[in-house]
Design a protein around this ligand. Structure first.
Ligand code: ZN
Length: 239
């Protein structure tokens, strides 16, 4: 018997409320647009935002989340360390985590990576071509050789992440830079996917292929064989 994967989409949700040009592209918020896309794919979706109590991530929500999606940008330091620790613990216990775009600088991503997660950037409407470098990987299902986004913010190497377990996409930008734009990790029993595109002033999350990748990543990151671990002082199994 299979049950629907329970996804929580977390969004900082400040730009959409403060910048009319962002609100125009995402009238329901970035989280609302992604929620609709994942709902259409048959996933069970809820959303949570920074300015809700406990950022919308209380214990009950976290306990009932199989995969958490994270979009943040301007207010990373307003996310409480206590919630970050709870999210980290859930990931180590098997919850999937998908970190989008400027979430590379979120507390939770930096905590789980253990590196600075810094990069080069430029807002100049570069074209981005995300090359699939792991054909056959579940996250690339239904995607051809590449995804092309007519306009995106540029992120460039060197990206301060640990070497990924699997690198799924490498981006090329018209400015000449390249970037590891789709990266898989495991931490404890949890699976993590970083996915680069999604600048707030551009309609990237309305793109069907971007939506497809996020839905694929949710299915890939959903917990499968997680269990309570036996730890600490232990008796010999043999006499
Ligand atoms: Zn951006």
């Amino acid at each position: 018997m299979s049950t629907a994967i329970r996804v929580t989409i977390w969004n900082e949700y400040r730009h959409e409320r403060e910048m009319p040009e962002v609100a125009k592209i995402y009238p329901m918020g970035i989280h609302g647009t992604i929620a609709q896309a994942l709902d259409d794919q048959g996933l069970t979706v809820r959303t949570a935002t920074l300015d809700e109590p406990q950022h919308g991530l209380n214990d009950e929500v976290l306990a009932n989340t199989d995969v958490l999606i994270w979009w943040g940008h301007a207010a990373h330091n307003e996310v409480s360390d206590e919630i970050v620790t709870k999210v980290q613990q859930r990931v180590l216990a098997g919850m999937g985590l998908i970190v989008l775009h400027s979430g590379h600088f979120s507390k939770i991503f930096k905590r789980l990576m253990g590196t600075d997660c810094d990069l080069k950037w430029r807002e100049s409407n570069d074209k981005e071509r995300l090359w699939v470098v792991a054909p056959g990987h579940p996250i690339t299902e239904g995607i051809g050789d590449y995804i092309e986004l007519e306009r995106e913010e540029m992120y460039g190497e060197p990206f301060g992440i640990p070497t990924p377990d699997t690198l799924v996409f490498v981006s090329w930008f018209t400015g000449g830079e390249v970037f590891r734009s789709g990266a898989c990790y495991t931490r404890g029993q949890g699976k993590i996917f970083y996915f680069r595109p999604g600048h707030e002033t551009l309609p990237t999350y309305h793109n069907a292929e971007v939506q497809k990748v996020i839905a694929n990543a949710v299915r890939w990151a959903a917990p499968t064989a997680t269990r309570e671990l036996i730890r600490g002082n232990t008796r010999s199994l043999e006499k």
